[in-house]
Design a protein around this ligand. Structure first.
Ligand code: FES
Length: 179
């Protein structure tokens, strides 16, 4: 018989305590709302989620996400949610903040601390120390996105568990589509 303890990861790690019960529009750094018609292919921006009224809380690494519109060869020129990814920027190795680099020959997430690299399509680490960690600690948590009728992007309410949206700083299991 196997022993399978129930671990409530959402409480164990410092994930945002405030559960958003409703979807929220994705606010960009300049205060505008991300829109499928204007967000450039092969580009990224920092998104704070869940956002609070407290500017200090909003600077927490665990609320820091990277919105990526994929490069065209990975489907970034589609006009729907599949063109986008929204990953936790907390590196799964030792919690530095990684970011997306769109330059030719890179087009990947890179962590400045010890060189972990992340595949923008799946969020899976493919190089560096994070790539040596076992599942789920080799795949970035990911928020689900919906495109509204006017093109605005929204974040659907997450479930902070490794087999759903993942646990910030801990990881996520890939789903059946390998994403
Ligand atoms: S913290 Fe990112 S590679 Fe070590």
């Amino acid at each position: 018989m196997t022993f399978a303890p129930f671990v409530d990861w959402g409480k164990f790690l410092p994930n945002p305590a405030t559960q958003a019960a409703q979807k929220v529009k994705i606010e960009l750094e300049d205060g505008s709302i991300a829109n499928v018609n204007t967000f450039e292919v092969n580009s990224s921006q920092v998104v704070i989620y869940p956002k609070t009224d407290d500017e200090v809380l909003n600077q927490e690494a665990f609320r820091t996400w990277q919105l990526i519109r994929l490069p065209a060869e990975l489907g970034g020129n589609r006009n729907d949610a599949s063109a986008f990814r929204l990953y936790s920027m907390v590196c799964l190795h030792l919690w530095c903040l990684w970011k997306y680099w769109p330059q030719e020959g890179r087009k990947r997430g890179e962590c400045p601390c010890h060189g972990s690299m992340y595949d923008p399509y799946t969020g899976k680490a493919f190089a560096g120390p994070a790539a040596l960690q076992g599942p789920p600690s080799n795949v970035l948590p990911r928020l689900d996105i919906e495109v509204e009728s006017n093109g605005d992007l929204s974040i659907l309410p997450p479930v902070w568990s490794p087999d759903r949206n993942g646990v910030v700083g801990f990881g996520r299991y890939l789903n059946n589509n390998n994403t």
